[in-house]
Design a protein around this ligand. Sequence first.
Ligand SMILES: Cc1cc2nc3c(=O)[nH]c(=O)nc-3n(C[C@H](O)[C@H](O)[C@H](O)COP(=O)(O)O)c2cc1C
Ligand code: SF4
Length: 485
Amino acid sequence: MWKPPERIKYKPQPGLNPSAEEARSAVMFTPVKLGPLSLEQRTWVPAMVPWRSNEDGFVTDDVLDWYERFAKGQPGAIVIEATGIRDIPSGPLLRIGDDRFIPGLKELADVVRSASRGKTRLLIQIIDFLTIRRRPEPAKYFARFLAVTDEHRERLEAHDWTEQQIREHLAGLPDAELDTILTEPELEALRMGYRERVTDLHLPHVKNLPRVLPDLFAQATRRAREAGIDGVELHYAHAYTMASFLSATNGRTDGYGGPRRNRVRLPLEIFQHIRNVVGEDYCVGCRFLSDECIEGGNTVDDARYFAVEFARAGMDFLSLSRGGKFDDAKQPLVGWAAYPYTGRSGYECMPGYISDDFGPFGRNIEPVAQIKAAVNGAGYNTPVVVIGGIHGFQQAEALLREGKADIIGAARQSLADPDWFLKLRLGKGDQVRVCEYTNYCEGLDTKHKQVTCQLWDRLQLATQDVALSRDGRRRLVAPEWDSSD
Ligand SMILES: Cc1cc2nc3c(=O)[nH]c(=O)nc-3n(C[C@H](O)[C@H](O)[C@H](O)COP(=O)(O)O)c2cc1C
Ligand code: SF4
């Protein structure tokens, strides 16, 4: 992962913990309404893909164990990981693109309800993504994947060469010469791996996205509701289809790109269609970016505009992330696909302990405060979730009291210690296993390996009933906590 050049090392600073009595009067542990849904407290475990599903996209026993463990910490809400809305092979990513996924998701909803003793509300993040391929072997690329065109012949001045001769010639050229012969998309396919964009209007399925996506999202929402999941988070963030529609880099010429009002059109049409299908009385919100953190990308000014549009449309919550784009992703190794969390924007999404002058903690707080102010200023009180390096009570409570956000999301801190909100509430904050922001977990995610936290591994590994990762070296869920300790 990219690291800021300053390379300043930070230690977590959770600050003072509340006593049980102080926690009772903390804003963090007061209820909040997300439209028709009430959360018992303003604590939130954001979506995290742990690679526990199978090639068929079903809820497995490992998926159940994973969420059961988070639910034992009784946060106000848990958001189930990014779950695909299409019924297409997607590797071990959870899916919700067909009714056959409903029973497994229902079991998951039951497990969370029971493990949290009814205290945690469960949402599911639903996602669409476009095709991305692995970086090819150059020889294979020139032999098989490149479509030889008249432009190539022109630039090579090779009008009477056979296609085979052109392929062989290109395969032998140095990089600098290829730069003058291949197009930008061809160079990208060679050096990064082929990747579709929402602006590829020459591809019929990309052109048709505005026609097919509203119902794909709406049917996924209907299934979530039928499974007994309490609400849906539309994934409009990071590197995926809907964030790409919102992006300032979206130059579609069919009324769905260009100015902001066009870029927000499909995200709003999807939401409207969901409302038509599932009604007003089901919690639906979205996750989007406070800043894309890329050159020429959306800034907080765009995010303020989108937030007000989403609030006006009647979304039940707005959850803000930042960065996480393909645009500045590192070149992957041959045989690997590009990953959107490897560049500077990826760092902004999941800042690690090696950082710049600002440091890794709370980088999203001020942008989110500006976005919330815009929403409130426009006359809406849609709850806003802030996420990014939040790991201490003092910081979280202060930002809630100052009205900078309405709900505290913590992904990696909750992974390190799924009981941390509970420990704070019970006045046992000194027992919290504090995340060190090493991004060991993220490294596993990048390789699509079962995600675990490096702080768990030293504990109870020898115990017989501890489920282990495929390599047998890591436990699959956080150690249990005895609240009477
Ligand atoms: C292992 C892992 C998987 C993640 N998967 C998702 C995901 O499925 N959807 C999403 O929107 N964000 C995902 N994220 C990003 C987190 O939700 C969160 O925005 C990010 O980690 C920053 O918050 P934090 O500092 O509290 O960890 C993931 C993060 C991690 C560490
Ligand atoms: S591995 Fe654990 S300690 Fe490291 S960043 Fe992830 S959750 Fe935090």
